[in-house]
Design a protein around this ligand. Structure first.
Ligand code: PGA
Length: 265
């Protein structure tokens, strides 16, 4: 089964408009459109840099998708400080991240809010990247598989099979590997991703599970991406720190493209 390969950059709270512009100008010179036909490359800047990124991508002529790191589950109304899906689409956003551990931890987003956001994103016609992952304590207590499967079940609750097909991507990001330089052993990441895929098969059906791209995230960089992409069930990466480095992001996309061409061959 060949699934879409994806390299997604989560810029977090970095890069103002000027930095966004110069980063995308530089990165565009290093990215290869051939690679981008095999790999979905995605950048997720801050809200205020989204429009700048949309223009820079358009000017580059490259197929890079634009994602938002967050949005409101509400459509409109008295929600001070929030941004809705229509506002994002107006700028050219096609993807959204939901359920990142930093949103869960620092902004108290629980499974129910995350489920509402997944549904809102899907209803709006956006591609949703649903994140899951265990803490170090959960891993040490041997609860990783059940924890991650539970997050997936809660995140996609109430969705129809049709909503799911090629509209939702999962990102497995062990919290202890995020921003720490401590990458999860790639065979272990592959094993957990198989657990996630088995859960999707149980909740939806095998065909949908087999067609769903599942990414790994947590300290991915150019020096470890080949090993990660070489795993049977890992379809790409959600990348923080390395995704805002001019040399790194194109190298990650190139690695995923090499893997994609092997799958096709
Ligand atoms: P990292 O972050 O690549 O800096 O570990 C990954 C993420 O938070 O998505």
């Amino acid at each position: 089964m060949s699934r879409k390969k994806i390299i997604a950059g989560n810029w977090k709270l970095n890069m103002n408009q000027a930095e966004t512009q110069s980063f995308l100008n530089e990165v565009s010179k290093k990215l290869n459109q051939n690679d981008l036909t095999q790999v979905q490359a995605l950048v997720c800047p801050t809200f205020t840099s989204l429009a700048t990124a949309a223009t820079a991508i358009k000017e580059s002529g490259l197929t890079i998708a634009l994602g938002a790191q967050n949005f409101s589950q509400h459509k409109s109304g008295a929600y001070t400080g929030e941004i809705n899906t229509e506002m994002l689409k107006e700028i050219g956003v096609t993807h959204v991240l939901v359920g990142h551990s930093e949103r869960r931890e620092h902004f108290s987003e629980d499974d129910s809010i995350i489920n509402d956001k997944v549904k809102t994103g899907i209803e709006a016609g956006l591609q949703v990247i649903l994140c899951c992952g265990e803490s170090e304590a959960t891993r040490e207590s041997g609860e990783t598989d059940a924890w991650v499967a539970g997050q997936i079940e809660a995140g996609i609750k109430g969705l129809e099979l049709n909503d799911f097909a090629s509209r939702i991507t999962i990102a497995y990001e062990p919290i202890w590997a995020i921003g720490t330089g401590k990458v999860c052993d790639s065979a272990e990441a592959n094993r957990v991703i198989k657990v996630i895929r088995a859960k999707l098969a149980e909740l939806l059906d095998q065909t949908t599970a087999d067609a769903t791209s599942i990414l790994y995230g947590g300290s991915v960089k150019s020096s470890n991406i080949d090993e990660i992409m070489g795993q049977s069930d890992i379809d790409g990466a959600l990348v923080g720190g390395a995704s805002i480095k001019v040399e790194e992001f194109p190298a990650l996309v190139a690695s995923a493209a090499r893997e994609a061409s092997k799958t096709v061959a």
